[in-house]
Design a protein around this ligand. Structure first.
Ligand SMILES: Nc1ncnc2c1ncn2[C@@H]1O[C@H](COP(=O)(O)OP(=O)(O)OP(=O)(O)O)[C@@H](O)[C@H]1O
Ligand SMILES: [Mg+2]
Length: 295
């Protein structure tokens, strides 16, 4: 795969992930390509079981693919030693899960929760505190610093989770359905915060969501189907952004994605309306590729 000048922040090529449970094999990713530029915001959508969490876990260094290549920030994740992977997880990537309980330690105050990742990399106490206070301010939580998670609302807990994820200055922020358990209004506030993080810190953001309006809230949405990227929706103008408000007046463009081997997933509605099954005639007409049913 080629890219213009600077390498992309995230580069996945022909990723496969096969889970084996006893004699059964589940193919979670099948030849997935995915590129994210530095400082970009991308949303990933797809049906349940399509491979979204699998991809995010691989990018976070929690899991490795069965085949394919993954680079983040120019580093090959598959060539890292376990110690290097641990450092990568601690410093270069932040992760926010859907379940608020998974993001926070129940007995620690908000401030201590945010400080913990910095303790693990042995940042000194004064710097730690200053960083935690800054992040809590950015998340609008300065008055919740001494509260334990049980005293916080779901939305506040997710704000803490974002602060924790950002503690060690990662350049990549991954979030797996971070608003899945929140009401619409709170979900919009949290999405806005991802926008603040992206704008103010320049953090690259990859967010998995089931939000049906997401295309009107981010610059680019990619859809996973059966473990492979199938289509992409971009807004025609103002590309790089994320906000909680759906800007319905934005003009969107939808593309099918062509992978490194020329493979394309034709959207189901097109196949159905042309009655294409199994086999089709491909051609070129007026500078366009055409696909017609095999009559
Ligand atoms: N640890 C695992 N062991 C076995 N199979 C797994 C494992 N994790 C995921 N799978 C399978 O891999 C496929 C993709 O799962 P994944 O969790 O990535 O989907 P998803 O798109 O995140 O779905 P959802 O929207 O429900 O979260 C599914 O068929 C799932 O059952
Ligand atoms: Mg998932």
């Amino acid at each position: 795969m080629t890219y213009a000048s600077t390498p992309p922040h995230v580069l996945c090529q022909d990723l496969f992930k096969i889970y084996k449970i006893a004699d059964l094999e589940v193919v979670a990713l099948r030849g997935l390509d995915f590129i994210v530029d530095s400082g970009e915001v991308v949303a990933i959508v797809g049906a349940s079981g399509s491979g979204k969490s699998t991809l995010l876990n691989i990018l976070a260094g929690y899991d490795s693919p069965s085949a394919g290549a993954v680079q983040v920030g120019g580093q090959d994740l598959l060539r890292m030693s376990s110690k290097q992977v641990e450092q990568y997880r601690q410093r270069q990537v932040g992760f926010v899960w859907q379940q608020t309980s998974r993001n926070l330690f129940p007995y620690l105050s908000t401030l201590d929760n945010v400080s913990l990742p910095m303790m693990l990399i042995e940042m000194d106490a004064a710097e730690r505190r200053a960083r935690a206070v800054d992040l809590l301010e950015m998340m609008g939580l300065e008055r919740r610093a001494e509260h334990t998670p049980e005293k916080l609302s779901g939305g506040e807990q997710q704000r803490v989770a974002i602060a924790i994820a950002l503690a060690n200055h990662p350049s990549l922020l991954l979030a797996d359905e971070p608003t899945g358990e929140l009401d619409d209004e709170t979900a919009a506030e949290i999405l806005d915060l991802f926008g603040v993080v992206n704008r103010e810190l320049g953090t690259t953001v990859v967010i998995v969501t089931h939000d049906p309006d997401i295309a009107y809230k981010v610059g680019r949405v990619v859809m996973i189907r059966d473990g492979k990227m199938s289509t992409e929706i971009r807004r025609r103008i103002t590309f790089q952004r994320i906000s909680g408000v759906a800007e319905q007046d934005q003009e969107l463009e939808e593309f099918v994605l062509v992978d490194g081997s020329g493979r394309v997933q034709i959207p189901r509605d097109i196949l159905d309306s042309l009655n294409i099954t199994g086999r089709a005639r491909a051609g070129i007409e007026d500078g366009k590729a055409t696909l017609a049913p095999d009559e």
